[in-house]
Design a protein around this ligand. Structure first.
Ligand code: AHR
Length: 507
């Protein structure tokens, strides 16, 4: 097997579409310990908090420059009635969280708490409205409550609850998984509902809402077609009733019955996972193709508002809480997704990993007993990629013959993407080979490279992960294995590693 240097060709002087920072969005649902115990501990907690919001979690997340936060679900969103989550906490009604553990939700984290969290994080709110079990009036009043400035009935109610100024709410979800937990509807029926609900999610004052219709499950292209058909032909000058359609895609090494283990997996399971993660590229291409037919000017955005790994829950934890550990394999799944996102920046306007804390592919895990906080390998990929936020995509042509067949799919073992802002560029490189180190020539064209600096995320094994005992088993370090090359730079990538190369550019 040849392991000669691969080549990644980048034309530094040909910037492409902007990689919206919103591709690095997040998702926090009322599920398990994401909100309660993760983000919200309450004002009486011994853990340092700001009005009940956990300070160390906020501090850690701020380093990721989270652009937007989706809330309150997920499946929970279509059971959620926002009026239950306002006013004095002690009088808020309780409800059953029937999707997630059948536990009692006391609504202590509601609209005001969510908006305070967004303000602390510097993130823009993405509110997911209830289509499945709510009413049009309920949704209409929620956006009025949040964003209206005058003395309207809902603005008055908000003031009586302690908030004078309206908030800015740029993103609004019309339902969630309408084909499943959001109502078990058929595509055309849901599309009509999305039109109806969108009509009443009004722009109040200066607030302009970007309405996102709940979309397909993975490769259900017919669902996307239903939503696009409902919009009618989208011309350059038309004002579509909703502005984006979403879809969801989760990565696992098994199937929905047995998704695979988070930390104990074989090399075969690793490659199966990587093969499944690669599928996101095909999904992005094919949903975009469906959209192109009715929206050739790309006015409607594609939003992947749930993605990430989904493993069997950690033994000994509530199966309804979806708590899982996070290894170097999860980090490589994330880096692969981001490379695909960057390549689709002309249509993909937002993506939200599921979920921020303690649920699925989380950034942060907190110990329920001691409160100890751990940053996951996935957190570090988000942090290493902040330089791609709002940068111009550069095409990274990967010339390499190393592949692996898994699950009927041929998986390239090297992944790359790049972007540029002003006089800088950032290159992301993933060596997905479980056992072989690789060398890569960065063939840099069109501009002079003046300086370079690299960081690496790797660990002894793919199963390596962080825990309260070993919080830094997987963390980024400076990477020195770069040498000048006539074409640019020669970069050595250890097996299963993620490397970012920051470049300072001349003319
Ligand atoms: O993220 C967990 C769940 O996965 C969400 O609630 C739902 O939308 C999806 O099925």
């Amino acid at each position: 097997m040849s392991t000669g240097p691969a080549r990644v060709v980048i034309n530094l002087d040909l910037p492409g579409p902007t990689i919206s920072r919103h591709l690095y969005g997040h998702f926090a649902e009322h599920l398990g310990r994401c909100i309660y115990g993760g983000l919200w501990v309450g004002e009486d907690s011994p853990l340092p908090n700001t009005g009940g919001i956990r300070s160390d979690v906020v501090e850690a997340l701020k380093a990721l420059h989270i652009p937007n936060l989706r809330w309150p679900g997920g499946c929970f969103a279509d059971d959620y009635h926002w009026r239950d989550g306002i006013g004095p906490r002690e009088t808020r009604p309780r409800m059953v969280n029937s999707h997630w553990g059948d536990v009692i939700e006391d609504n202590s984290f509601g609209t005001h708490e969510f908006m305070a969290l967004c303000e602390l994080l510097g993130a823009q709110p993405y509110v997911s409205g209830n289509v499945g079990s709510g009413t049009v009036r309920e949704m209409s009043e929620w956006i009025e409550y949040l964003t209206r400035g005058d003395d309207s009935p809902m603005a008055g109610l908000r003031r009586r609850n302690g908030r004078d100024e309206p908030w800015t709410v740029p993103f609004w979800g019309l339902g969630n998984e309408g084909w499943g937990c959001g109502g078990n509807l058929r595509g055309d029926a849901f599309a009509d509902l999305a039109r109806q609900y969108a009509t009443y999610v009004r722009d109040h004052g200066d607030n302009t809402v970007y309405r996102i219709a709940a979309g397909a499950n993975a490769d259900d292209y017919a669902w996307t077609e239903s939503l696009m058909k409902a919009l009618g032909p989208v011309e350059k000058t038309s004002t579509p009733v909703f502005q984006a359609v979403s879809f969801h895609y989760y990565t696992m090494s098994g199937d929905w019955q047995d998704k695979g283990e988070a930390t104990s997996f074989t090399e075969d399971e690793y490659y199966r996972t990587i093969a499944q993660a690669h599928r996101v590229e095909e999904l992005l291409t094919r949903h975009s193709t469906v959209m192109d037919r009715r929206d050739p000017h790309r006015r409607i955005g594609l939003v992947l508002d749930e993605w990430g790994t989904w493993w069997n829950v950690e033994e000994g934890t509530n199966p309804g809480f979806l708590y899982q550990q996070n290894t170097l394999r999860d980090a490589l799944v994330a880096s692969l997704h981001f490379d695909a996102f960057h390549r689709h920046a002309d249509r993909l306007v937002m993506a939200n990993i599921a979920q921020t804390v303690n649920v699925l592919q989380a950034m942060i895990l907190t110990d329920p007993d001691t409160g100890a906080l751990v940053l996951t390998p996935t957190y570090h990929v988000f942090e290493m990629n902040t330089g791609h936020h709002d940068a111009a995509a550069l095409t990274a042509h990967v010339l390499d013959d190393q592949t692996r067949d898994s699950d009927g799919l041929t998986v390239p073992l090297l992944s790359a993407s790049a972007s540029t802002t002003g006089d800088t560029a950032l290159v992301s490189l993933s060596n997905l080979d479980a056992g072989q180190a690789r060398s890569v020539v960065l063939d840099l064209r069109g501009r002079e490279m003046r300086e370079h600096r690299a960081r690496i995320l790797t660990a002894p094994t793919l199963q390596s992960h962080n825990s309260p005992e070993t919080p830094e088993a997987v963390r980024p370090r400076p990477h020195e294995a770069l040498t000048p090359h006539p074409r640019g730079l020669l970069v050595d990538l250890p097996a299963h590693s993620y490397v970012t190369v920051s470049l300072t550019l001349g003319a």
